[in-house]
Design a protein around this ligand. Structure first.
Ligand code: FES
Ligand SMILES: [Fe+2]
Length: 368
């Protein structure tokens, strides 16, 4: 299984890292240890001590450096051994652990598994609406035993709401939606408009519309490599313009753990200017969605993965529908990027062509 290496991936939520305990996480089939140094900067290292290969994540953070659990060598955020408690204390030259470029943005710790020279922070997609400095945010996490691209397919095709989430997110009107899909550079978008819809109570409550009333709902999905999605949902009174209703933007970040397992990070954010109502709404959204995500999406994705096993997606010959257009475009873009990277073409240019504009809080993805 090959992954795109020259790209930013979410390794953890920022609040998962404290100053005392290292965090072990397998990312793109690599055991990684994450911790904060004495300045609070997040660091990512191979989770393998340079001495006799103990998992550094089983050690502890001492004065901002990572102490191996086995014989106490200590490594700083550059991977250099800075302390040897044995004998004369000399440090052998090869006492060095591989490190990875790290960024802390949008409430998350991002890591770059590829060539460190290419790790440009300007290549990080924009998710300002979950920036904790300016927004109330709330987040959730699920480990999914399925390929990350299956999760992306699921998020790029929200027609599944009607059948998989009939009691929470779905309605009979969804299959009659107007759906448009397209791409700009390496960005894929899918815009779905549902008309004359009666929402389930969970969604109606979240958007502050009376239960049983007839509304229009729109759902815009934007995808950028390697698996970073923004979904904006808006609800308006029937027949009124998009701008007139309330919206709920959410971030969905897919990081491969292995070829068949995925870290699924998601977060909602609303401007702090909304006051307590915004704080409450993002909590309501995440806590309410955990149930259908955990009980419906996750088992379905895992069952799909189990059915196709190790068979390549295309070799399984999926019978594609127009609703798959966005997901297929995203797959083709990833295949192109991975192939180019493997063949050494356009090295380090995986992020070029991203539509980096963060969503306008009213108009979602104007990509023309
Ligand atoms: S294995 Fe880490 S100090 Fe020996
Ligand atoms: Fe779902």
């Amino acid at each position: 299984m090959s992954f795109l290496l020259n790209a930013w991936y979410v390794a953890a939520f920022a609040d998962e890292l404290n100053g005392a305990t290292p965090l072990a996480r397998t990312l793109l089939e690599r055991p990684i240890v994450l911790y904060r140094d004495a300045k609070g900067q997040a660091c990512a290292l191979d989770d393998r001590c340079a001495h006799r290969f103990a998992p550094l994540s089983s050690g502890r953070v001492v004065d901002g450096v990572l102490e191996s659990p086995s014989h106490g060598l200590r490594f700083d955020g550059s991977g250099r051994c800075v302390h040897n408690p044995h004998g004369d204390g000399r440090v052998p030259a090869q006492a060095q652990v591989r490190t990875y470029p790290v960024l802390e943005r949008f409430g998350a710790i991002w890591f770059w598994p590829g060539d460190p020279q290419c790790a440009d922070r300007a290549r990080l997609a924009g998710f300002d609406f979950v920036d904790p400095a300016t927004h109330f945010t709330h987040h959730g996490y699920l480990k999914t035993r399925a390929h990350y691209q299956l999760s992306a397919d699921n998020l790029l095709d929200l027609s599944h709401f009607q059948f998989l989430h009939p009691d929470t997110l779905g309605s009979e009107a969804i299959a009659r939606s107007d759906v448009q899909a397209g791409s700009l550079g390496e960005t894929v978008w899918v815009r779905r408009s549902v008309f004359k819809e009666t929402l389930q109570p969970f969604v109606a409550n979240g958007f502050g519309v009376p239960a049983g009333s007839c509304v229009d709902r729109w759902m815009d999905v934007k995808w950028t490599p390697p698996g970073l999605l923004t979904i904006v949902v808006g609800v308006t009174a029937e027949g009124t313009p998009r701008e007139s209703g309330r919206i709920a933007p959410s971030a969905h970040w897919l990081t491969p753990e292995t070829a068949r397992t995925t870290h699924y990070f998601f977060a909602f954010g609303l401007p702090t200017a909304m006051g307590d109502a915004g704080r409450e709404l993002v909590r309501y959204a995440v806590e309410g969605l955990m149930r259908p995500f955990e009980r419906e999406d996750l088992p379905m994705l895992e069952a799909q993965q189990a059915r196709i096993g190790d068979t390549d997606f295309w070799d399984a010959r999926p019978a594609l529908l127009p609703i798959d257009r966005g997901a297929i475009r995203a797959r083709r873009i990833m295949e192109g990027l991975i192939t180019a990277e493997r063949e050494g073409r356009a090295p380090g240019n995986a992020g070029e062509g991203h539509d980096r504009r963060t969503i306008g809080i009213r108009s979602a993805f104007e990509v023309s």
